[in-house]
Write a protein that binds this ligand. Structure first.
Ligand SMILES: *Cc1c(COP(=O)(O)O)cnc(C)c1O
Length: 625
């Protein structure tokens, strides 16, 4: 079979040409078509398939498939029929054309019981799903449309009381599919468009189309990660992807182990469990009473102070690491008193000397230091702890070093920014959330560990009904027993698919672009009247933390009363943003700092114009406060 590629192929691609192998073309499609013809493809089938694919926006692979199909059904009639088709969904199977076309369907008399596996359920099923796809694609289109809002805010009581035609109450009797479709539409309508170019509220944002397709496929496959037996392809994808991530961390040959877990907080918990198993394996069977008093170290976490309690006595003490380390301490029976908080510099980075002093102090009290968490990209400030210096101390005192790269791990993909994680290869374990900086749909978080066998040693229970040792395949691929869960959601596919679709290069470009945007924001506001940075210097990650000071509070001396007023500014502006629905950005107090905005960029759709818009909105909404 001749591939439908252009003989003048070059690497560059035309925005309009899905075949992607043509010289760059900036003209209209007619010019484009001429070039295709000039390509003088010899095989009539490939020309046909080629033109077909071009006209219908099919992928190159699809074009090839059609070509093969034509060679098998080499009649003019078939060719004519194919060329006349409009419906994309029918590309790979012309017989099914009619079934995949949306037709006027009355859903008011149809119910879930009429869908597959019901007898004659195929047609209503297809029609219903096409309707759902219509709802979803409309939502997707609007998500990227800046003339639409980020949200349509309602108070909880309003949603609970029920909106026009949309009621959250569950009923005993089935609702019609018409109502179900309304429910689908309205659920999206009253939700938040986290993929909107002006949504900056969370570390995870954006709507990646390939990732979305991956989620759809994942739900369709509806399987479970615990064994190769029932998830052969996904299990291998997970192994392969984790290895690639370990290579990026810098562990020799990508050796080690890992798992995708339900989020960074759980990944961090895994790290504490593995550390404990490494040094005190008997805790697995005997419990914590078999171990001495163990202590964990992490940087000061977010402390919420009321403005009344804000005083200058804490100046210079800011908070940094994620509260999930403390939570792991509580959940795993260490107790939060045994999670020792480390001092940070003004930018939120751990001071290594403080770590060493606190290790020594703990030992003097007879406690046993076990684990140190270094944060790579802290949640609020975007701070990167000095991993190499912390690793030196961990080696000296024989402690487990974990790097929490939930937010900053993605920077390993960027040649320009990965130096911020220098020393990460010395960690015993690493948390890395592709669902944050890399824009993979929620949720997708990996725990990676350098030492093989420890994850299984720590967690395996060898349940005979799942993990039979006498299966016909290599049972080391049954990864489920390494998890603390039983069933495990397939989080890998969307990520794997995105990696395929973008290449490592694509992730790198995304990350570099987000960091450029945050630098743009920083440059724009650092000397702007009415704006004050929370800390000096270019942010290490995309976090830009700042106060907006309304005209009424400018040029006044710093006092408790002034701070109390400033403390109320960000929440007021945020409330206005929510009500008007134009944009969303987070705020919080931290340490002795009153409420400030935390801008973060991880949304691939955001551009400089959206940053400009955000600043304009803050100024517009805050000018009279
Ligand atoms: C977000 C975050 C976490 C928690 O990750 P989830 O996926 O939300 O559980 C942990 N650590 C850091 C530094 C984070 O930013």
């Amino acid at each position: 079979m001749t591939q439908p590629t252009c003989p003048t192929a070059v690497a560059s691609r035309c925005a309009q040409c899905v075949l992607r192998r043509h010289p760059p073309l900036h003209g209209l499609h007619s010019t484009h078509k001429d070039t295709h013809t000039q390509a003088k493809l010899k095989n009539v089938h490939s020309v046909l398939a080629y033109e077909y694919a071009w006209m219908h926006g099919c992928t190159r692979k699809l074009g090839m498939k059609i070509c093969g199909f034509l060679q098998k059904n080499n009649s003019l009639e078939e060719r004519g029929r194919l060329a006349g088709q409009k419906n994309l969904l029918s590309c790979d199977n012309s017989d099914r054309d009619s079934r995949y076309r949306r037709t006027e369907t009355d859903f008011s008399n149809l119910f879930a019981r009429d869908l597959l596996p019901a007898k004659n359920g195929e047609e209503p099923t297809i029609q219903f799903l096409l309707e759902v796809v219509e709802i979803l694609t409309n939502y997707i289109k609007k998500t990227f449309d800046r003339s639409t809002k980020v949200l349509d805010f309602h108070h909880p009581h309003q949603l609970l009381e029920g909106m026009e035609g949309f009621n959250l109450e569950l009923s005993d009797q089935p609702e019609s599919l018409e109502q179900i479709l309304v429910d689908c539409r309205d659920t999206l309508k009253y939700g938040i468009r986290t993929g909107h170019p002006r949504f900056f509220n969370q570390l995870s944002s954006g709507l990646d189309i390939i990732g979305l397709a991956g989620e759809w496929l994942t739900s369709t496959a509806n399987t479970n990660m615990f064994t190769y037996e029932i998830a052969p392809v996904f299990v291998l994808m997970e192994q392969l992807t984790l290895k690639k991530m370990r290579e990026m961390i810098g562990w020799p040959g990508g050796e080690g182990d890992g798992l995708f877990s339900p989020g960074g907080a759980i990944s961090n918990m895994y790290s504490v469990m593995m550390a404990r198993y490494k040094y005190f394996p008997e805790v697995k069977t005997k419990g914590m009473s078999a171990a001495p008093r163990l202590v964990l170290f992490t940087s000061e976490h977010v402390r919420h102070l009321t403005p009344m309690r804000c005083s200058t006595s804490h100046l210079g003490r800011t908070s940094s690491s994620h509260y999930s380390i403390k939570k792991a301490g509580a959940a795993l029976g260490f107790g939060t008193d045994n999670v020792i908080l480390l001092s940070t510099d003004e930018r939120g980075r751990v001071i290594p000397a403080d770590l060493e002093a606190k290790i020594i102090a703990a030992k003097q009290k007879g406690y046993v230091p076990l684990f140190v968490n270094a944060t790579a990209g802290s949640t609020v400030y975007g701070a990167f702890d000095p991993i190499n210096e912390i690793a030196d101390i961990c080696e000296k005192y024989n402690l487990w070093l974990h790097v929490d790269g939930a937010w900053g791990g993605g920077l390993l993909m960027s040649r320009k920014h990965r130096h911020k994680l220098n020393g990460v290869e010395r960690a015993n374990s690493v948390t890395w959330n592709p669902h944050k900086m890399m824009g993979v749909p929620l949720q997708c978080s990996a725990i990676l560990v350098r030492e093989k066998g420890i994850l299984a040693g720590c967690n395996s229970m060898c349940a005979g009904y799942l993990f039979q040792p006498d299966k016909q395949y290599d049972v080391t691929y049954d990864t489920g027993d390494k998890a603390i869960q039983c069933g495990r959601h397939v989080d890998i596919f969307k990520f794997w698919l995105m990696w395929k679709a973008k290449g490592t290069i694509g992730f790198e470009q995304h990350i570099d672009k987000c960091l450029d945007l945050s630098q743009y924001l920083y440059n724009k506001i650092k000397n702007r009247e009415g704006f004050q940075m929370v800390f000096d210097g270019v942010p290490q990650h995309t976090n830009v933390c700042f106060w907006y000071i309304p005209p009424s509070l400018r040029g006044m001396p710093d006092s408790n009363e002034w701070r109390e007023k400033l403390h109320r500014v960000a929440p007021k502006i945020k409330a206005m943003m929510m009500e008007s629905g134009t944009t969303m950005v987070g705020y919080q107090p931290q340490g002795n700092k009153v409420n400030f905005f935390r801008m973060v960029v991880s949304n691939a759709a955001a551009t400089q114009s959206d940053i400009d818009f955000l600043i304009d909105e803050i100024e517009r909404m805050g000018q009279d406060l």
